[in-house]
Ligand binder design. Structure first.
Ligand code: FAD
Length: 410
């Protein structure tokens, strides 16, 4: 039987980040993933799923030596962000230059993030990559968990980490209850060609049915996330391309001119989900396995990447101090570190979704006034920007810039 100090189930963006942060630590680390990540080259067609990656996540990827692999493929910086309300005059404009930064963040395909992280794991070869591999059973045993794979292999883990997404099997095995509620919204995702340039700007228009985001891609196209009612989402998926482009153009008030073409369309149900407990003795949950938030501010995976960096820091510190890395009191440090911030972001996104979804006049007035006021108060705006870039709060060491980096950004 193979014995691991840390066995991570799920090698998506979050699980792979944790594996990278723990590699070369002298511990035996395993990463189990059901589907091998596709190899993506710089001239391959852009894939549909993208994420807005914060500067904090970029810093973590840089520290883990995975950022060059992303930049060599394709990343698209957004230097400005424009948000406005379809039901009023309220609007806000964020500009990285106001903070002396060159970008607010980057739009990157999920597949590119995952592939670059896996490349560093393959290059160092210190983490055992079990892929493709499917977990069939998990069982508590003395000193850890026994994990059986479909091909019959048996693995023993001192610390089992669930990075296996919103439907986490590890979470169910641990009988940790997922709470939350489905949003009455689906996110329709596609890639479009627009008449005018996106100007390296992320755009978001709040409609009564949900937010519509245009995210800039490196090839001049934009990635769309259109959160709307399930019935409108169904209808949007069924339209022919020309009619879809016309409806999208009108929903976006033709801010980038005509929508000239669109790629295939898919939709995702949206749900708020959280757990009360991130850890048990010998077990931890990270990323979507522990929390899912509304995608309106592009924070979901960034929270998971911070989870991974914090858990790695806690585990590595425990090892240095000769403590049991799987002990509940060690793992509780990770839970205390991340749970409050994640809940705060989740409720903030939920609040925005509700505030911008209402047509009740007093709240419409309030949100439009709030947008205008914030836009005209530079210190408040800078605080919002710093938070959205992931640069505030109690950051893990991997997300902190060195003095030299801070100096060169000035
Ligand atoms: C429309 C939309 C837009 C979004 N936009 C953004 C954005 O702009 N910015 C942002 O930060 N977030 C965004 N998000 C959220 C983001 O996509 C998720 O938070 C992120 O994908 C979660 O990553 P994860 O690694 O935790 O989970 P997942 O991506 O779900 O990865 C889990 C992995 O585990 C593997 N796995 C699962 N079960 C098993 C098993 N039993 N055995 C082996 N392997 C297993 C899966 O194959 C998968 O690779 C968006 C979400 C949606 C729906």
């Amino acid at each position: 039987m193979d014995r691991f100090d840390v066995l991570i189930i799920g090698g998506g963006m979050v699980g792979a980040t944790l594996a990278c942060a723990l590699q070369d630590s002298g511990m035996k680390i395993g990463l189990i993933e059901a589907s091998p990540p596709a190899d993506i080259h710089d001239n391959d067609p852009v894939t549909l799923r993208v994420s807005a990656i914060t500067r904090a996540s970029q810093q973590i990827f840089t520290a883990l030596n995975a950022w060059p692999g992303m930049a060599a493929r394709r990343v698209s910086p957004f230097r400005e962000m424009r948000v406005w309300d379809a039901g009023g005059e309220g609007a806000i404009h964020f500009d990285a230059a106001e903070l002396g930064e060159d970008a607010l963040g980057h739009i990157i395909e999920n597949g590119v993030v995952q592939r670059a992280l896996w490349d560093t794991l393959t290059a160092r070869a210190s983490v055992e990559l079990l892929c493709p591999a499917v977990v069939t059973t998990l069982q508590r045993i003395e000193g850890g968990t026994l994990c059986r794979l479909q091909d019959g292999r048996e693995l023993r883990a001192r610390l089992l980490v669930g990075a296996d997404g919103a439907q986490s099997r590890v979470r169910r095995f641990a009988r940790i209850q997922a709470r939350g509620w489905p949003y009455d919204q689906q996110a329709v995702v596609t890639t479009v060609v627009t008449e005018h340039s996106h100007r390296e700007t992320a755009w978001q228009r709040f409609l009564p049915t949900g937010p519509l985001a245009f995210l800039p891609l490196h090839d001049g196209r934009s990635s769309i996330v259109w959160s709307t009612t399930p019935s409108q989402a169904r209808q949007l998926l069924q339209l022919d391309d020309d009619e879809f482009c016309r409806q999208l153009e009108s929903a976006f008030a033709a801010r980038l001119g005509r929508i000239e073409a669109c790629s295939e369309r898919v939709s995702f149900p949206l749900r708020l989900q959280y757990v009360d407990s991130y850890v048990q003795s010998g077990l931890a949950l990270i990323g979507d396995a522990a929390h899912t938030v509304h995608p309106l501010a592009g924070q979901g995976v960034n929270l998971g990447i911070l989870d991974a960096a914090c858990l790695a820091e806690v585990v590595l510190a425990a090892r240095t101090q000769d403590k049991d890395i799987a002990a509940l009191k060690v793992l509780r440090r990770y839970e205390r570190w991340r749970k409050g911030d994640n809940l705060l972001m989740m409720y903030a996104m939920d609040g925005f979704k509700r505030l911008f979804g209402t047509e009740w006049e007093p709240l419409r007035w309030l949100r439009n006034t709030g947008l205008r006021l914030t836009d005209n108060l530079p210190p408040v705006k800078q605080l919002v920007m710093t938070h959205a870039m992931g640069r505030s709060g109690d950051l893990p060491d991997l997300a902190r810039r060195t003095a030299a980096e801070q100096f060169s950004a000035l």
